[in-house]
Design a protein around this ligand. Structure first.
Ligand SMILES: *Cc1c(COP(=O)(O)O)cnc(C)c1O
Length: 482
């Protein structure tokens, strides 16, 4: 090796050919993804090969690319397949390849300074404000996902309520602050309480009603109890699209209660907030625009590739007060590269920040919000289609009302008790996955194990759901027959 040899290609033409070939293989993978099983377990040989010791010398790209194509691509989670329905996964797009390439060559750090990438993120922030109908004072930050967005929101709420400088003093003595979310709320909220030093016990789990929405009377009673005990209710959290069944809390009423009691109103809209893009779904979310903060994902129902989420805060300054640190080596300037203030790093805990904003900006501009909203509405209509199919079969029982895009059901041939049905339905889900036919997940609905179908997949068609019902019935029958 010559002295001072950089890590760039020695032969750019050869590199170009390799990169073009890799791109072709990547595109072919996605083009034909639906011909392959939804999921295949990673074989032992591949697992073992991923336990090699540290590579001290390099490898040819050809060999590495071949390994990615042969060993990695076929053993993905399956969320780019039309029959993937598990958890809440976005399905991505082929177009996303393009901004990812450009983000890589720019290798931008969006912590701060005066360069165009930050302006792209500012554009995304502005679009989020418009999309969720927040006022001009609102701001936010692109983050890894809703879990991180929730931590930022709860920390902002904590600082706002603290009255004293909690960032400096920490939570000294017995913390009096308490918050409220429904029992159906995602676990990331309790974790945000944990990570903000408030403790998970400071988050009250309010019972839900028959439709899995927060019970307002129970909420009012819990607040009254806490006030009587001398505690400080500081944060009320509504869910717009619960992870179990897609339920939407009565957001307008929660906003009223938060306003009346002086609490910060946060909404977890991880996937459900995308309903704002569909004129048919939007009325269900009334009140979301009144939130002090809203957490949502681009990587779920908007189909931006992982990972990409957002925290939108009604008063951008509240977010900045919760995080800004500008020591001498990060001082701003009027001119030159250190201008462009305030820096994005002041709105969150991370200083170095990648160019996630590019793929988000590209996706929104490429497809337009109308089309993305139409896909949201399509999925909701497909969920109703599936629910109707289930009602046609005596051996299939719907376990929760279908509010949005999630259908929970189980195979129940009669004459089996709940414990046996739990085992049976768990086995049906594993069989669907292992045979590569479909990938639903499971959850518990009022104690019963459910086959859970989440539709945040722009590739799914009604015929895929018809096949799912037929497969579940067939496999259920096979297992019962033994
Ligand atoms: C997925 C999800 C989360 C967590 O979001 P991540 O992007 O996975 O961090 C929180 N709340 C709800 C309702 C979700 O569906």
């Amino acid at each position: 090796m010559p002295q001072e040899q950089s890590l760039d290609p020695e032969d750019w033409d050869a590199f170009r050919a390799e990169a073009h070939a890799a791109l072709d293989q990547a595109i072919s993978h996605l083009q034909h993804r639906s011909d392959a099983p939804v999921w295949r377990q990673t074989p032992l040989a591949v697992r073992e090969a991923l336990q090699e010791s540290l590579p001290l010398t390099g490898t040819d790209p050809e060999a590495l690319i071949a390994r990615i194509c042969q060993d990695f691509l076929p053993h993905d989670i399956g969320n780019t397949h039309p029959r993937f329905y598990g958890w809440v996964h976005g399905s991505g797009t082929a177009d996303a390849i393009i901004p990812e390439i450009f983000a890589t060559v720019m290798n931008a750090n969006l912590g701060g300074r005066d360069h165009v990438a930050n302006l792209v993120e500012q554009q995304v922030i502005q679009w989020c404000r418009e999309m969720m109908e927040f006022p001009g004072s609102a701001g936010g930050l692109v983050v890894s996902g809703t879990s991180m967005a929730t931590i930022l929101a709860v920390k902002s709420a904590r600082e706002k309520a603290g009255g004293i400088d909690l960032r400096q003093s920490g939570l000294t003595g017995a913390c009096q602050m308490v918050g409220y979310a429904s029992v159906e709320a995602h676990s990331c909220i309790a974790r945000a309480f944990d990570m903000s030093g408030l403790g998970k016990a400071a988050l009250r789990a309010i019972p839900s009603d028959a439709d899995f929405r927060m019970d307002i009377a129970a909420l009012e009673a819990a607040i009254a109890d806490d006030l009587a005990a001398g505690l400080q209710p500081f944060c009320l959290i509504g869910t717009a699209g619960s992870v179990n069944v897609g339920a939407i809390d009565p957001l307008d009423r929660l906003a009223d209660i938060a306003a009346r009691t002086g609490m910060w109103f946060h909404v977890d809209g991880a996937f459900g907030a995308m309903g704002m893009l569909s004129p048919a779904i939007k009325p269900l979310l009334a009140g979301i625009e009144r939130a002090d903060s809203l957490a949502f994902d681009f990587h779920k129902w908007m189909h931006v590739t992982y990972d990409a989420g957002f925290v939108l805060v009604r008063q951008a300054e509240d977010l900045r007060h919760a995080f800004s640190e500008r020591p001498a080596y990060l001082a701003g300037a009027e001119r030159g590269l250190a201008a462009g203030n305030p820096w994005l790093c002041e709105y969150g805990p991370e200083l170095s920040r990648g160019f996630r904003a590019l793929k988000i900006w590209y996706h929104m501009a490429r497809f337009g919000l109308t089309r993305i909203g139409e896909k949201v509405a399509d999925n909701c209509a497909q969920a109703q289609h599936l629910a109707a199919l289930l009602r046609d079969h005596q051996a299939l029982a719907l376990l929760a009302p279908v509010a949005l895009n999630i259908v929970c059901f189980r195979f129940d041939p009669g004459s089996m008790d709940d414990a046996a049905l739990d085992v049976l339905n768990g086995e049906i889900v594993v069989a669907l996955q292992e045979r590569g036919l479909a990938a639903p997940s499971t959850t518990r609905i009022r104690g019963k194990l459910a086959i859970r179908v989440n539709l945040t997949n722009h590739r799914t068609r009604r015929t895929d759901l018809d096949a799912l019902v037929a497969d579940a019935l067939r496999i259920g029958g096979e297992i019962v027959q033994g």
